[in-house]
Design a protein around this ligand. Structure first.
Ligand SMILES: N[C@@H](CCC(=O)N[C@@H](CS)C(=O)NCC(=O)O)C(=O)O
Length: 199
């Protein structure tokens, strides 16, 4: 049975899951949920995601939500797709950086995204934006150091890259400064050049 991704093209969290699916090579159907129209808050939709959010993966009736969990599920389901390395030490690194994407990156950029995309410019909470602009450079510097001498976060491409890159594409738009982070910039370009990025 074809997997279904409850998706939204402009959502970085949904993009994480979509990248994992496209990189897995598996067939899936992307079903667009119109967040602006409130489709995620209907009783029907909340049967598959009780908080009313995207993404959600439906794999023949097995429902998984939380983009990080979807990525881990896909890595387990498709062990030969190159989504996660086989040795435990490097897997531990993937778990760490995937969680870094959900906490250190999304922790600042998620609330910034809400202000930038869901609020009119004159109604934005400037304190939320200022906090992200102040704290994200350190987060990015840590990632930049990790990427020194590597093409991807743990060396080879993995779901850690899928978890971190979608929000980071928005740094400039959110007014976060990234001067001199050459490893980060090169990695971002590498991610954007993968066929899955446009998919
Ligand atoms: N931690 C969740 C976050 C999901 C999330 O917040 N998704 C946003 C889109 S980027 C959403 O669906 N928002 C709809 C709403 O809150 O009404 C994940 O990674 O899947």
């Amino acid at each position: 049975m074809t997997m279904v991704l409850y998706d939204m093209a402009a959502s970085p969290n949904a993009k994480r899951a979509r990248l994992g699916l496209l990189e897995s090579g598996a067939e899936f159907e992307s079903r667009e949920v119109n967040l602006m129209a409130g489709e995620q808050k209907t009783d029907e939709y909340k049967k598959i995601h009780p908080l009313g959010r995207v993404p959600v993966l439906d794999d023949g009736g097995t429902i998984v939500w939380e983009s990080g969990a979807i990525l881990l599920y896909l890595a387990d389901k498709f062990p030969d797709a190159g989504l996660i390395p086989k040795d435990l030490a490097t897997r531990g690194q993937v778990y760490q950086w995937l969680t870094f994407g959900e906490t250190s990156i999304h922790g600042y950029m998620g609330p910034m995204g809400f202000q930038m995309f869901r609020r009119a410019p004159d109604k934005r909470d400037e304190a939320t934006l200022a906090r992200g602009r102040q704290r994200m450079p350190e987060v990015l510097a840590v990632l930049d150091r990790q990427l020194e001498g590597k093409d991807y976060i743990v060396g080879d491409f993995s779901i850690a890259d899928c978890a971190c890159a979608p929000w980071l594409e928005l740094t400039e738009f959110f007014g976060i400064e990234t001067p001199g982070l050459d490893n980060f910039e090169a990695w971002m370009k590498r991610m954007q050049a993968r066929p899955s990025w446009k998919g």
